[in-house]
Design a protein around this ligand. Structure first.
Ligand code: NDP
Length: 315
């Protein structure tokens, strides 16, 4: 490994979403001189969202990317260092924790806050893989524009799927929403918005059988699970919005996780099973998964880290 540094940082934060940046704001103001390693998606999932209407303090709503820009600026204002690199390996034997970036740099830290979030899930079809970025996407806001004026499909029945369908309905003549059961998981208000949008058609009990096309999406063959009937919908883009997987792979074997890979924290705290390692945000929360709850747990993690460093006599 190259780039080994002898400096032991007080507090390293992994991930730059609402949890990571909020942890940084609190850690920086407590003189922990935090360094954030952003990971592959600086800003996190909110950078793939348009309007955020449920974050307190923005009465008119705010664009997700703008909000994360604001979070970053606020963290930097108090001296947070933001490093645009990905941590791929850790050694939590302790008491000093070691982490390595994908470029081979070793980092040492007394306290580590894991706030690596979660990533979009995919259906796992070969045709989906083949056509990724050629009409198959997990981000309507990022890629919908390329297919404006054309019919599109959204897979899923959660709030994300509703949000994607509503967004696309403004740039597409017809959006097909493919819901695998006879009801949606989404909140009632989001469902109602979908039902009130004339150019969104909800296909119940419907799953993707195959996405058609070689170099671009030329349609999607769907299967009605009740009737067994297969139909081809003439769409030019398919947006997959079926949930998320926590980004916790580098910590496997070190940190206790549940069967889905979400980090387990102790009681009403952000402590993990490893002393000096804390977890906040979506990587440890599969229930609430909101920007505001992620931010709240980021704050908790910084406070827990500060107390830990103080008790250990490091600050
Ligand atoms: P969810 O887990 O809530 O929903 C996933 C959806 O995808 C479900 O309808 C699920 O069906 C379906 N699904 C899962 N796997 C497959 C598959 N292989 N094939 C077809 N369909 C599948 O994920 P979301 O990303 O929608 O939401 C995550 C969290 O974020 C939620 O708490 C949500 O409330 C929140 N959120 C809030 C928003 C807002 O407030 N504006 C916007 C976006 C998200 P089934 O129900 O059958 O399992």
């Amino acid at each position: 490994m190259e780039g080994k540094s002898n400096e032991v940082l007080k507090c390293v934060i992994l991930g730059a979403g609402p949890a990571g940046y909020t942890a940084a704001i609190y850690a920086a103001r407590a003189n922990l001189e935090p360094v954030i390693y952003t990971g592959p998606e600086p800003g996190g999932q909110l950078t793939t969202t348009t309007d955020v209407e449920n974050y307190p303090g923005y009465p008119e709503g705010v664009q997700g990317p703008q909000m994360m820009e604001d979070f970053r600026k606020q963290a930097e204002r108090f001296g947070t260092k933001v490093v645009y690199e990905v941590i791929e390996k850790v050694d939590f034997t302790g008491p000093v924790h070691k982490l390595w970036t994908t470029s081979g740099k070793e980092i040492q830290a007394h306290a580590v806050i894991i706030a690596t979030g979660a990533s979009a899930k995919w259906l796992g079809l070969p045709s989906e893989e083949r056509l990724k970025n050629k009409g198959v996407s997990a981000c309507a806001v990022c890629d919908g524009f390329f297919f404006r004026g054309k019919e599109m499909a959204v897979v899923g029945g959660g709030d994300s799927a509703c949000e994607e369908a509503l967004y696309l309905s403004k740039i597409s003549p017809k959006v097909h929403m493919l819901v695998r059961r006879d009801e949606m998981r989404a909140s009632k208000i989001m469902q109602q918005r979908v039902f009130n949008t004339p150019n969104i058609e909800v296909h119940w009990n419907t799953v993707v059988d195959e996405i058609l096309g070689d170099d671009q999406v030329e349609g999607v063959r769907v299967l009605n699970r009740q009737t067994g009937e297969k139909t081809v919908l003439p769409v030019h883009a398919v947006f997959i919005a079926i949930g998320h997987t926590p980004n916790t792979a580098p910590f496997k074997g070190w940190i206790d996780m549940d069967e889905q890979g979400y980090i387990v924290t102790k009681g009403k705290s952000t402590h993990t099973n490893v002393k000096g390692v804390f977890a906040a945000g979506d990587c440890q929360d599969k229930i609430y998964r909101q920007a505001v709850t992620a931010a709240g747990s980021g704050c908790m993690a910084a406070l827990d880290a500060e107390r830990y460093l103080s008790e250990e006599g490091i600050i």
